[in-house]
Design a protein around this ligand. Structure first.
Ligand SMILES: *Cc1c(COP(=O)(O)O)cnc(C)c1O
Length: 496
């Protein structure tokens, strides 16, 4: 066996054993040289008929780069002391290695998956799906020029935000708005434009970290606004805000602590009290309302989420929220509020930095149009999924079990049972919806293996494991994907 690092030996300290060591080193270097002599030259491989299909598939230039890397990788492993298995540098093996590298390079990523995990707004799976209206519009818009910033009347320059003017005026009459790339950007711009260099008061209990990547203190330091924390993690009162407000205070910030809840003895200043007190002090109140639903979800039993309109009516000066959480559109960030404050935000160069691209503008417009028309529960997949009843899901689940059984799955392992789906996406903290689960009973602890098979097969199906069972929740599965679930279940539950 060659050592891990030959140079370590060569340059090691002189010792009495140096002579024996030197001869060992000579042996090792000789072995390595022998192995490297087995490597064919790059050109020899490229000209070999056995390598021709690779060249045809990837083109000569890419095939050459891939092969060079493949040879380099094998050479390095020899230098690192690995053995060279028989045939590792044969034409067939080099062709296979090059094809593998080429496929990995060009494979679509992210890949589409079927979400049977029951978390509707799943940040790691892309949050909200676009409805047909929005998706069709994006497909059309992707292929053509458009009046993105162009006025057909005058032939002169138009405005990107103007495409939303009428819809936003219908949804939020009398308020100004700015739409950027995501909610984090909307908050960043609000803090910078409205409070850069001055203090913003925020409750310690709301200095949340959302989804492992959004930390309020980090946004503050990027904005240049100074974070003035008040209260304790579990207890903050309006008086704490008032007491901390000085002539250097530019705003108060309330963050919707949406994806976690400090359980137990907690006190969070109510919005109404903050509105009154902030007005007395004459400082604007910015509210980061996270998930930003425009529909009234109270009817679905989602009571932690108040529609954005209500937050504005309650007197918040600027409300920010995401476009791809409960709103159900593409990734985007909204700021809606007092026209003079929004105008300041629009003027900030960061608004240009974080501007929307044309595909998002089209997708978002169609999504908002559904709210304007009152068809959001028919058009917006996120809302459609949330609105499904346990009975509707049960009917589909039973059909899936029947279909999987007729395809050869072991019926004795599958059953339906009541369970809960989650809203997800940093929306309501309790955020649970009653559902019907498809449960696959584990046998000899194989539920984890089954889950991995579903996940690694094609198309990938995301499920979850709980208390010895594999659980699938069709709430987050599109109805036309039910047949995929039956097929994949039959695959993993085939009877011998
Ligand atoms: C999700 C969330 C954010 C971040 O929104 P993005 O659109 O992902 O940038 C910020 N604040 C709250 C309260 C959230 O729930």
């Amino acid at each position: 066996m060659a050592p891990k690092n030959v140079s370590g030996y060569i340059y090691g300290p002189e010792t009495r054993e140096a002579n024996t060591e030197n001869s060992e080193i000579r042996d090792i270097v000789g072995q390595i040289q022998n192995l490297l002599r087995k490597f064919p030259s790059l050109d020899a491989v490229l000209e070999d008929p056995g390598f021709k299909p690779v060249v045809e598939r990837f083109g000569r230039e890419l095939a050459t780069r891939l092969l060079r890397r493949e040879l380099g990788r094998l050479r390095q492993s020899v230098l690192d002391g690995a053995d060279l298995p028989e045939g590792a540098v044969s034409i067939a093996a080099l062709a296979a290695g090059t094809v593998g590298a080429g496929e990995a390079l060009l494979a679509p990523s992210p890949v589409t998956v079927v979400n049977a995990g029951g978390v509707v707004v799943h940040t790691n799976l892309g949050r909200s799906l676009l409805g047909d209206r929005a998706a069709d519009r994006v497909a059309e818009a992707a292929r053509g020029y458009m009046t993105l910033e162009y006025d057909l009347e005058t032939g002169g320059r138009g405005s990107r935000m103007a495409h939303f003017d009428r819809l936003m005026d219908d949804l939020f009459p009398g308020y100004g708005f700015l739409i950027v790339n995501n909610n984090a950007a909307a908050i960043l711009i609000a803090l910078k434009a409205l409070a850069g260099g001055r203090e913003v008061v925020v409750s310690r209990g709301e200095l949340v970290e959302i989804g492992g990547s959004f930390r309020v203190p980090d946004i503050f330091s990027a904005s240049g606004a100074l974070l003035r924390e008040v209260g304790t993690t579990n207890r903050t009162r309006v008086e704490d805000f008032t007491a901390a407000t000085t002539e250097n205070t530019a705003a108060w910030l309330k963050v919707h602590t949406s994806n976690f809840r400090i359980v137990g003895f907690t006190e969070e200043p109510a919005l109404a009290g903050m509105v009154t007190a902030s007005r007395e002090k004459g400082v604007p109140l910015i509210v980061d309302w996270g998930s930003g639903d425009l529909a009234d979800l109270g009817g679905l039993g989602i009571r932690d989420e108040m529609p954005v309109q209500k937050i504005l009516e309650a007197g918040a000066d600027v409300v920010t929220f995401s476009g791809d959480k409960l709103l159900g559109g593409p990734q985007a960030g909204f700021a809606v509020g007092k026209p003079d404050l929004i105008a300041k935000m629009r003027k900030d160069p960061l608004s240009r930095v974080c501007r929307l691209d044309r595909l998002k503008i089209c997708a978002l417009r169609e999504t908002l149009a559904s709210y304007v028309m009152g068809t959001e529960f028919e058009d917006v997949p996120t809302l459609k999924m949330l609105a499904l009843t346990p009975q509707e899901i049960k009917t589909r689940t039973e059909a899936v079990i029947g279909e999987a059984t007729s395809r050869g799955a072991d019926a004795t392992r599958m059953s339906t049972r009541p369970g809960v789906s989650r809203t997800g996406g940093g929306s309501s903290p309790t955020g649970e919806r009653p559902t019907t689960l498809l449960a696959v009973a584990g046998r000899n602890g194989d539920e984890g293996r089954l889950e991995a098979k579903l996940r690694k097969g094609s198309p990938a199906v995301i499920a979850r494991v709980q208390d010895g069972d594999l659980l699938l929740d069709l709430r987050t599965v599109l109805p036309d994907q039910d047949k995929i679930i039956s097929r994949r279940l039959a695959e993993i539950l085939k009877q011998p």
